[in-house]
Design a protein around this ligand. Sequence first.
Ligand code: NAD
Length: 330
Amino acid sequence: MKTIVTGGAGFIGSHLTALLLERGHQVMVVDDFSTGRAENLEAITAAGDLTIAEADIAGPEAARLVDQVRPDVVFLLAAQSTVQVSMRDPVLDAKANVVGLVNMLEAARLAGCRKIVFASSGGTIYGQVAAERLPVAEDHAHAPLSFYGVTKAVASEYLRLYRTEYGLDYAVLALGNVYGPRQRPDSEGGVVATFAHRLLHGLPCRINGDGATTRDYVHVSDVAEAFVAAARSGTGVFNVGTGVETSLLELHRLLTERTGSHLAPEFGPPLRGEVRRIRLDVARSGRQLGWHPSIGIEDGVGSVVDWLRSGSEARRVPDDLEFPARGRRQ
Ligand SMILES: NC(=O)c1ccc[n+]([C@@H]2O[C@H](COP(=O)([O-])OP(=O)(O)OC[C@H]3O[C@@H](n4cnc5c(N)ncnc54)[C@H](O)[C@@H]3O)[C@@H](O)[C@H]2O)c1
């Protein structure tokens, strides 16, 4: 399969790129390196048929690349992916996430692409779901609390209409809070990496709110598998999580155990745009994509701690990060 992965130099995109290459697929990464890093791809550049191109998904160069490659499948992961940035600057957010999306969809349909697999956000598109509707299923109404969530929700409508109008197939993956190796500890949504990094460096973690805020944490290797599965089968929206809710306090406890730290968290006021609880129903992904999560949070946090312990310049973190998110996606 000939593929393009936008955002392939990022956290999730680099894992997806590695998996595609491992399975013998051809990959062109299109990334503007705004949050992505070349070093995320260093270990895999010799691993298969990989080309890396620097371009903005909202610009003509990215469209030209799609035209040149004529991919079977385009994986759309490039995005402004920070909730708080979207609240501060909805125009900037919409340029990447709406104009960039439409630019890629136009290019893909003109290039005769078969399918789009899009990275959406199960933690934001549904908004604050009533407790009795958790775990939330894909047929739940969209009611995002952030502009970032709005862009992810509207993407589903664009994709639906491109399929109706042009027969361009699509799968939207509504991801839970993705964590795992290569997530930047200085990224706003990388709470697992940031907490782990701080605890390993003897620094307290800051929690915004009372710590009861929950997320559905899903390991990045499971997420990469879901993208590959969605390239093969399934049309529409698919939740990609574990169906398990973990509170920030529980996550903090797991990480103190794993790192051997005894530091108590510090607390700050809750943030705008963040849902309080979320847990995704992943039954449809199991049925239609044949995808099931395989790593639970208790084991999964170990992969992050081990990766951070293995050391790298990229694991530097400023002292003032706050959670949940100042931040992004989930
Ligand atoms: N990490 C999560 O928990 C999570 C949860 C839900 C959804 N998502 C979505 O998954 C996708 C990947 O997220 P991630 O965690 O890997 O983030 P990331 O920031 O590591 O990756 C995003 C990549 O896109 C690139 N990019 C950003 N704007 C671009 C543009 N205009 N043109 C070209 N490249 C651009 C960045 O350089 C980066 O490499 C995003 O769409 C995000 O919204 C992530």
